[in-house]
Design a protein around this ligand. Sequence first.
Ligand code: SF4
Ligand code: SF4
Length: 273
Amino acid sequence: MRGCTLFQPWLEITTVSNCNIDCSYCPQHIFQENYHGCKTLTFNSFKIALSNVPKHVALHFSGFAEPFLNPQCIDMIEYAYAQGYKIILFSTLVGLKSKDVKRLSHCNPEVTLHLPDNLGNAKIPLTQAYRDTLTAAIKQLRISTFYIMNERFITNERAGSCANTQERHLRGWLFCEKLYVPQFVMLPNCDVVLCCMDFGLKHPLGNLASQSWLDITRSAEYQRVCTNRFKTKGDILCRRCAWASANFRTRYYIKRVVQRYQAKQCIEQYRKK
Ligand code: SF4
Ligand code: SF4
């Protein structure tokens, strides 16, 4: 799913609690049912949380919602970049104004775009404002790849949370890089959960408004999940997750290599136009 180094520690920032893009593959409703904090991450809370995150941790603006649905997202990105953080962005661009693309490009983000699809799975409004922002982004940003939720879309199943996904219960030892290198998700109230699959908030690890990154990596819950990878069974989310299945990963990467190559060609063609 990510266009950046697999073993890079990162923090995904969820800037709002309600993503109205409402993609059919996305288990948004599970997040809504389980999250009871504030709806929007404030700039002030963001700054406090960031003061607890070391600089080698990349900031991944994505999490469980479209980041630009929060109008202060661009300010947060600029602030984080000025503090010395690497910026990664996974976005539909909905909510970003075309005039702010330049500001974004100065933060040198590594961008993965989520584009509209012919099936209407992602409900991205195709307004003139959206088209202007997308055109500016293609011209000015470092776009590493894109996703389209069409017939060729490969869902990562979100640990069984997406509709019509195969039920899994992995037994034995399991591997996931996120159990070696933390890639947590922060919610608008600064609570932190295990990873981008944890839409149900099964593994709450702490809160960055009052705890340091180190506290959270040493939390009893994160350590419990990490230790379970060497056991034969357990109730952790990873045992329901396709990402921990070597079989799934191999097939996923093979298909994505081809898709990424085609995406790069496509971006180049649009740029030339
Ligand atoms: S834009 Fe992303 S977070 Fe929002 S509904 Fe679609 S997949 Fe989910
Ligand atoms: S195996 Fe899945 S649920 Fe577990 S840490 Fe990795 S991505 Fe998250």
